[in-house]
Every structure is written in C-alpha cells, then in structure tokens.
Design a protein around this ligand. Structure first.
Ligand code: 3PG
Length: 307
C-alpha cells in the first residue's frame, strides 16, 4: 500500500490530520504520522518506506532524501519551500510541490494582530496609536500580501505595495498603490510588512539602508522568513533610530540581543504562528494530500516547484 508520511515538527490540528487521512485512505493510501520530533534521526527512520511526505517547515535535505529510498513526492503544506533542497530532490527523482494560498489568510490575520499589539505598546497600559489612516507598505504582493491588503483595508489603512514580479494593474485593482521601487516603499510607509520568500537574492536584503528610509516611528513587520533580514545591520539601525520597532513571527538568530537592547520596540513569537490555525492546517493539509493522490494516480504535477 502507498504510504504517505506526515512529518511535522510543529503538528497540524487534529481536524486537519483527520481530513488528510480521509483523502488518503479514500484513495487506498496509508498514512503514518511523525509529529513533534526532536531529532533528525527520527525523521531519517520514518522516511525509509514512505512514497510521499507532507511537511511544513521541516528540513528535507540530501540526507533525508538519501534515507527515503521509495520517495516520489514531497509536498510542503504551505507557501515557502526554502526548507527543501530542490536540486537534491531533482537528483533523487523526487517531485516537490507547495500548496500556494492555502494558509495565506491565517498569516494575514496574524500580521494585523501583531501590528495592533505593536501600536498599542504590547498592551502595557500606556496610550498607543491607531492604524486608521497610516500607510502600510506590502513588500511582495503574492497570496499573503494580497490578504494583508484586504484585512488592512478594513482598518482604514492606506495601502502601498512593491512587487518586482507582479504587474501594476494587478496590484492596483482593488485600491492598493503600486510604488515603482522598493526604496520608495520604505520611504513612504509607516509600516512595512514583509512577504518575500527566502532566496539567494532576498537573503540579508532587508538592511540598514532600506529600513533606514522609513519615516519616524516606523514599524517593520516580518511574517515571512528570518533569513531575509540583515540582523547585524538592523540592530545597528535600531540602536541609532530609537523610534523604530521590529515585530516578527520568526525569531531572529540574534533574538537575545534584540530582546535585551530593544525592550518596548521588539517582539518575536516564541514559535512561528502565522499558519497555525485549524483552518489553515485543514486547507494546506488536505490540499497536500489531494496533490499527492493526483500525482501518484494520475501524474498531475500542478504546483511542482523543482525542475
Ligand atoms: C509558509 O511558508 O507556508 C509559512 O511560513 C508557514 O509555515 P509553517 O507551516 O511552518 O507554519
């Protein structure tokens, strides 16, 4: 029987697992679970007889692929697939997919929730500010960025976006202003919300010069990836600019330094929470299971991300 392994260090909600099982078992596949694992060895053992794996931010590298002798497909239940070694997967003849858009609303709701928390001074009893009328810059207008724009519009924010790959007409169709450069986005906006993937081009790209363009009281909001931040330069900038805040759902490598130096201007969730809702787990988990069944039974490669 074809075995699908759900390998999630950060588990899905139970309802999502029930949904994955229903789809997989309905197609005659078997489902195995490896949740909350603490050691890579557990993953290496669990993948040995799996033909398909569903993961979240779990690392699938060449060692995991070597250990997965029967593997045909890995589906990252979520958007970003920087945790999968795509070249190694291709070399092993393994198809890699993601499930774009399935957790976007969850991440967008968290982004606005974190923003309210920041402008209300982390609920410390002092007077904060409101979001209405403030300028929100969306850095990359993909599924999450678009959902952030939709939710922020409800707060009465003025929305701007920059996306090198998205046509201006698409950005502007529901009232978002498309700026012509990333520099303009940061110079214009009171808040910048990051939605870029972690790639060779974007890693360390959010740096002193760029964030330093933000107006007084600027807030940098990160629900994307920690790797896109040049942490050393952001620390230097926040030391000089005592008006800036950094709010993140992905704990920086230098969390202790940020926390110590920037009390009242810095917040990081202890674990990435953006996609951690029952609804997002159900959407992404079931989409992953369906994509696996379609790939194995019918050769459907929609959402494939490796060549
Ligand atoms: C994604 O890329 O889909 C998000 O960062 C969510 O990641 P997670 O599934 O590890 O919570």
């Amino acid at each position: 029987m074809t075995k699908i392994l759900v390998a999630t260090e950060k588990p899905f909600a139970k309802v999502a697992i029930d949904g994955i099982k229903e789809v997989a078992q309905g197609a005659g596949f078997e489902v195995a679970l490896l949740e909350k694992y603490t050691d890579k060895k557990q993953l290496l053992d669990a993948v040995a007889d799996a033909e398909a794996i569903i993961i979240r931010s779990d690392i699938v590298d060449a060692e995991v692929l070597d250990a997965a002798k029967k593997l045909r497909i890995v589906v990252r239940a979520g958007a970003g697939y920087d945790n999968v070694d795509l070249a190694a997967a291709t070399a092993h003849g393994v198809c890699v997919m993601n499930t774009p858009g399935q957790n976007a609303n969850a991440v967008a709701e968290l982004a606005l929730g974190m923003l309210v928390y920041a402008v209300r001074n982390f609920f410390n009893g002092t007077s904060g500010t409101e979001l209405m009328g403030k300028k929100l810059g969306i850095h990359a207008f993909g599924n999450v960025g678009r959902n952030v724009a939709r939710v922020a519009r409800g707060f009465g924010m003025q929305i701007y976006a920059y996306d090198a790959f998205c046509p201006k007409e698409v950005i502007e169709q529901d009232g978002t202003v498309a700026v012509s450069s990333v520099e303009e986005l940061y110079s214009t906006c009171d808040v910048v919300s990051l939605h870029i993937p972690a790639t060779a081009e974007t890693k360390n790209s959010i740096n002193y010069a760029l964030v330093g363009r933000m107006p007084k009281g600027g807030i940098l909001l990160n629900t994307a990836r920690k790797e896109v931040i040049n942490e050393e330069e952001l620390i230097r900038l926040m030391e000089e600019r005592t008006d800036l805040k950094y709010i993140t759902d992905i704990m920086p490598a230098a969390n202790a330094t940020f926390a110590e130096k920037f009390a009242g201007r810095y917040f990081a969730t202890p674990k990435k929470m953006g996609a951690q809702t029952a609804e997002a787990n159900i959407n992404a988990g079931i989409a992953a299971a369906r994509q696996i069944v379609d790939f194995i039974n019918n050769g459907v490669e929609k959402f494939r991300v490796n060549k």
